[in-house]
Design a protein around this ligand. Structure first.
Ligand SMILES: [Zn+2]
Length: 255
């Protein structure tokens, strides 16, 4: 009984453990995307969102987890692709996954015959989901719930690998999302933008498999912090840059 209670307590004290970039990650990606939108796309987005910004709506999909009407979206934040396999070869989640949700949201947003409300919701979903696609542990290996089951100590506090990538590495550097986006924007040039815009969401999902070895290379799970951040900060920030550029590319194409 005590074990069950402890387990419940631990669950209570790790909100958002399963759910993708924390707020800083999502907002940073949205803020970078905003910089790469065409003017006509910006105007259409402003109309659809009643002038709310991409940054503002980027965490909408996490907020609606408190609303029973959106229970069907719980599985859409992640996808499983085991090592050495492709998405096509992987058994699909009958409740949908990150990739099916992105494809469906793109279709809804592109369909001018759909209601404005439905298109606005699809846009909010896309801003969030393209972000999640660039948190490498949202493309899980099918063995540890995207690193959630890999328990670690982060600067002496109970955590897990997924949470380290969602929020804790970002928090440890102490940037506000706006400052982080501004710094990351400085090193995005035309060549990178063109390179990152190649391919489709399936290619971008598979790209995450290349980073697994690095992400799972943990010297001592009971002592994680500075050194792990030092080794992974470039990868983390590149993912935020790519997520922003690709989100903008997608919205420029659709709208
Ligand atoms: Zn998410």
């Amino acid at each position: 009984m005590r074990c069950i209670l402890l387990g419940l307590l631990l669950l209570l004290f790790q909100p958002a453990a399963l759910w993708g970039w924390g707020q800083t990650g999502h907002r940073t990606i949205a803020a970078i995307a905003q910089k790469h939108l065409q003017n006509s796309t910006k105007r259409k987005i402003a109309r659809l969102l009643d002038n709310q910004s991409l940054v503002w709506v980027s965490t909408y999909m996490d907020e609606i987890k408190s609303d029973d009407r959106f229970d069907h979206t719980h599985e859409w934040h992640w996808v499983t692709i085991p090592d050495g396999k492709s998405y096509a070869e992987t058994k699909k989640n009958p409740d949908g996954d990150l990739l099916t949700a992105i494809c469906r949201s793109k279709e809804t947003l592109a369909n001018k015959d759909t209601s404005r409300a439905a298109r606005a919701k699809a846009l909010k979903f896309l801003v969030h989901l393209v972000g999640d696609l660039h948190q490498p542990l949202h493309v899980g290996n099918g063995e540890d719930r995207g690193g959630n089951d890999l328990k670690v100590e982060w600067f002496g506090s109970y955590s897990n690998l997924h949470r380290v990538w969602d929020s804790e590495m970002l928090q440890s550097r102490g940037f506000a999302y706006s400052e982080l986006a501004r710094q990351l924007q400085r090193t995005i040039n035309r060549q990178k933008r063109e390179q990152w815009s190649q391919g489709d969401v399936f290619d971008w999902a598979h790209e995450n498999l290349n980073y697994r070895d690095q992400i799972y290379q943990i010297e001592d799970p009971d002592y994680m912090g500075y050194e792990y951040t030092y080794r992974n900060w470039d990868l983390l920030t590149h993912q935020l840059q790519k997520g922003g550029v690709r989100l903008a590319h997608m919205l420029n194409e659709i709208l």
